[in-house]
Design a protein around this ligand. Sequence first.
Ligand SMILES: *[C@@H]1O[C@H](CO)[C@@H](O)[C@H](O)[C@H]1NC(C)=O
Ligand SMILES: *[C@@H]1O[C@H](CO)[C@@H](O)[C@H](O)[C@H]1NC(C)=O
Ligand SMILES: *[C@@H]1O[C@H](CO)[C@@H](O)[C@H](O)[C@H]1NC(C)=O
Ligand SMILES: *[C@@H]1O[C@H](CO)[C@@H](O)[C@H](O)[C@H]1NC(C)=O
Ligand SMILES: *[C@@H]1O[C@H](CO)[C@@H](O)[C@H](O)[C@H]1NC(C)=O
Length: 591
Amino acid sequence: MCEKLVMKLCSYQLILPIFVLLSLKPLVCADLNSDKKALLEFVTAVPHSPKLKWGNASICTSWVGITCNSDGTRVISVRLPAVGLTGPIPPSTLGKLDALRVLSLRSNYLNGSLPSDLLSLPSLRSLFLQHNNFTTNIPAFFPHHLHILDLSFNSFTGSIPPNIQYLAHLYLQNNSLCGPIPDAIFVNLQHVNVSYNNLKGSIPFSLKTFPSSSFVGNPLLCGLPLKPCSKRKLTLWGIVAIAVVGGVAVILLAVTIVFCGLRKESTSGESTLQRRRPGDKPRAEYGGGVVETDDNKLVFFGSYINFDLEELLRASAEVIGKGSFGTTYKAVMEESMTVIVKRLNQAVVSKQDFEQQMKLIERVGHHQNVVPLRAFFYSQDEKLLVYDYYAAGSLMTLLHGSSDTGRTAFDWENRVKIAMGTARGIAHIHSIGGPGFTHGNIKSSNILIDHEMDACITDIGLVPIMPTTAPSSQSPGYRAPEVQETHQHSHKSDVYSFGVLLLELLTRKQPIQSPVRREMVNLPRWVQSVVREEWTSEVFDVELMRFHNIQEEMMQVLQIGLACVARVPENRPTIHQVVRMMEQAASPAAV
Ligand SMILES: *[C@@H]1O[C@H](CO)[C@@H](O)[C@H](O)[C@H]1NC(C)=O
Ligand SMILES: *[C@@H]1O[C@H](CO)[C@@H](O)[C@H](O)[C@H]1NC(C)=O
Ligand SMILES: *[C@@H]1O[C@H](CO)[C@@H](O)[C@H](O)[C@H]1NC(C)=O
Ligand SMILES: *[C@@H]1O[C@H](CO)[C@@H](O)[C@H](O)[C@H]1NC(C)=O
Ligand SMILES: *[C@@H]1O[C@H](CO)[C@@H](O)[C@H](O)[C@H]1NC(C)=O
């Protein structure tokens, strides 16, 4: 009892303030010596056998289980499996190794709780603590970049923390965890095992494709791939409640808008959006006949989490963009999943052509730098596309800020990384799609940024299904001169747009020609004129001028950008040549 009390006092009143103080210390203080000190504090405090021979010899070359980074300045990996470590991991020991990427302490006798400073290590990618004797809850604090978490074969209690959706590998089998599996969109998940715990409730839809052996040994768990759950009363009540509330006032944006679009169709008796569920009351707000046909279903690709149109339309939606192709919404689904819905209100195309194009877009979407198309919906009046949601926003907001965020710091390495990713994405689109398949709308607001600052291209393949008469299917600032005249897109016109994007990254100026903002000129022409006058360094974003060692690289990327915006299409490089030039220009860190 007493001991417990003391532990509590320690962890809440002493450790926390110390931790806060530590994290306020500037990062420059952390070096190999502080890593060494933290490691020695750890092995001194934790009994083990055989004794680890960590003497005064060089930590990077002769300490067992320790790996340093290439220049020997920080410890990046600690692997001490089965060395008889016994007792708790003291806080402020391993938790101080803030360059650590891999920690493996599997198959020891470690017990007690997991210090929260371990899970908040900024660089940690893999944590292996299986086969120990840990008890207590798993800290509810995960960094987004943690990739592998293995806590299996311990005695962890409590529930699975909610924010595990970025993990690629999650192993929690043979513990004493209880409560439901958090319902999230697991964006990267490749392996999951939560067998032999006391979990209950339904398995999230997004996990239904994993084998049943990932979930066995939890008698109260149900739903695919295990046995189906008995009728979910709560959900039904929820549906009825939402139907009633929805009917009154809080009709969510997408519902209203899409409904308006489809009302014509409903009343004309052809089909309707709403499908009636058994026991579900017909809803006043949708009116019309309730007929179930294939026509009002979302078509999903691959094993992506399924939901129905009804669910999508019921989601709370927020307009996040109005582009030349239509309006983009962020839709937060009931069960805490978020998707992007693009509404192509101008598309005029037959169902067959639309479906064919969707299949092509999906096929092109299998690349790390391309936003995959997850689902689509076609009716005569309404065409919807469903994509993943990227919380970090677009390159446009990163470079020029949105009204509420303003400009943020944006270093060279990340700019190169994004440029490189974009070039690779376009190269992929061109080679998979073939000569006739262009993006047609490369611009900074179509480059989304993921949580690792990688570029993902969106809005692919929409040009062919938009009316050719549309006055400006592409923002003028990015449009190649020949597209201006002929409205014909080609691989070389994508290269031109990419060139403008490179110049935008270098100058942090927006390539728009707006009569309102008179100082805005054609970005390529402006850069060319400055370079011609030999004031080259004047073109670069002042933020980049602070770094002296990158000038050479910046000049090379500028040359690539200028080559891409050549007036005559034949004089522009292909995107594959651009990728190669970028790889040669960029420092190894960004490649
Ligand atoms: C380590 O320190 C001990 C005494 O402190 C010394 O005798 C020994 O030579 C040192 N070894 C190395 C490799 O520096
Ligand atoms: C941890 O293990 C040690 C050694 O086996 C034991 O003395 C201690 O009571 C254990 N602590 C907890 C919290 O289980
Ligand atoms: C620790 O776990 C091992 C098996 O993993 C078990 O044999 C042992 O009894 C446990 N020790 C304690 C103190 O709980
Ligand atoms: C995991 O738990 C199950 C059920 O308790 C048990 O049958 C199995 O042997 C355990 N596995 C290990 C390696 O302890
Ligand atoms: C999950 O862990 C259990 C218990 O160790 C094992 O039997 C099962 O095969 C594992 N399943 C997967 C998919 O790894």
